[in-house]
Design a protein around this ligand. Sequence first.
Ligand SMILES: [Zn+2]
Length: 173
Amino acid sequence: MKSKQFLLDSGNINGYYWKIVVNIRENGSFLNKGNITLYGEKEKEYQKEYHKRNREQRITAMKIWREENSDHINKYYKKHNKSDEAKEARRKYRKTKKGIENHRKDTAKRKKNFGFIALNKPFSNSDAHHIDKQHVVYIPHDLHNSISHCVETGKNMEGINQLAMMYIGKQPK
Ligand SMILES: [Zn+2]
């Protein structure tokens, strides 16, 4: 299976930076990662410039990846016999009073079982990532979005958690 490389760039975290290359398979799952590169305060100006120059490139790369990934997801659903008729029926159901009510109930039920024990502190542009149903790690938004994942289904959790734990391991106290 083919994979695509992505360069993740933390941006400035209190004068501290890191970069890492991750390989994502065509189906969106996590393949492997390269060595993390760390930078201190003296690299700040260079990093600022680098971040600016690469922002567009990263946005484009992530967009392409999402498009390829959505293609894969569509194929997956087709293979699993999700007909257009079935999709249309579900779409209609979700708009009915009963559909809306059931969706609300399901969401509330799920959220009730989730804890929010934070392993680190939030910072600007951080997302709260649930490493499991109880614990939350604040990681940079870009890092959080680098691997699509779901704590409920377990989808890609190993990959995103590796990055999250690596991140808090290197984060200045
Ligand atoms: Zn998350």
